[in-house]
Design a protein around this ligand. Structure first.
Ligand code: DGL
Length: 265
């Protein structure tokens, strides 16, 4: 059972940032990735629809005999994680817990800015999770819906993206945030630009790396880590397959993806 694959899903290919982090930290784990590219984005959809889609994503992964599931999508975690955890016996891990822990790892953190899709921001899931663990913090949330399309166009070093980021971030910077939480699968690709813009003033926390760490801790706690002699493999299934998704998959994974198959869920 421990050598069975981990299931990881996202609304699209952005969750491959989490896959990359998991592969680096846990190279013995087999991974089955599902990207719901036929229905991406989730970030602008209603909570009911996000929950229904997430449930279908989990059901597909269960047919692949996975030992645990990572919801590598902030919007799906924000709206569907408690329902999924209640509905299924298998361990299901989201990205929010990990992001929150990473923010709180620095005891000096007092003023946190959160950027994410509209769906994630409207859920206030990060704000609630942070406030539960540490009182008295100032939290500023900002929906940043233009960032996913800009990143998917590969405008990660483009003046237009800089201007959009500047507009989104200025109100937070005026409030003197000390930490910026990137609460979306796509945003790790903006880290170089963000570091250039605000890096020396503000700590940047991304949920992909912290999610992999959180997963490692959970698997160790449950005694479910794969045998260290095993060489982990990756298989990618998408609900829609196009040349653009293949290009994006390579960019998010930072290497050539294995053969991608299209699946119906
Ligand atoms: N994966 C989504 C997230 O992390 C971003 C893309 C979408 O809106 O579906 O929130």
């Amino acid at each position: 059972m421990n050598n069975s694959a981990l299931g990881i899903f996202d609304s699209g290919v952005g969750g491959l940032t989490v896959v990359r982090a998991v592969q680096e930290l846990l190279p013995s784990e087999h991974i089955v990735y599902l990207g719901d590219t036929a229905r991406v984005p989730y970030g602008s959809k209603s909570p009911e629809t996000i929950r229904r889609f997430s449930d279908e994503d989990v059901r597909y992964l269960l047919t692949q005999n996975v030992k645990a599931i990572v919801v590598a999508c902030n919007t799906a975690t924000a709206h569907a994680l408690p329902m999924l955890q209640e509905r299924y016996q298998i361990p299901i891990i989201g990205v929010i817990e990990a992001g929150v822990e990473a923010v709180l790892a620095d005891p000096q953190t007092q003023r946190v800015g959160i950027i994410a899709t509209r769906g994630t921001i409207h859920s206030h899931a990060y704000q609630h999770a942070l406030a539960l663990r540490r009182t008295g913090m100032m939290i500023v949330e900002q929906a940043t819906p233009l960032l996913v399309p800009l990143i998917e166009e590969n405008w990660i070093d483009h003046p237009a993206t800089r201007q959009v980021l500047d507009t989104y971030l200025q109100p937070m910077l005026d409030k003197h945030i000390d930490t910026l939480l990137l609460a979306c699968t796509h945003y790790p690709l903006l880290v170089p630009m963000l570091q250039e813009m605000i890096g020396d003033r503000v700590r940047i926390v991304d949920s992909a790396t912290t999610c992999a760490l959180h997963l490692q801790q959970e698997l160790a706690r449950l005694d479910m880590l794969a045998d260290s002699a095993q060489i982990g493999t990756l298989s990618i299934a998408l609900t829609d397959l196009s040349e653009q998704f293949e290009i994006l998959a390579k960019r998010f994974l930072r290497k050539c993806p294995p053969l991608i198959k299209r699946v119906e869920i």
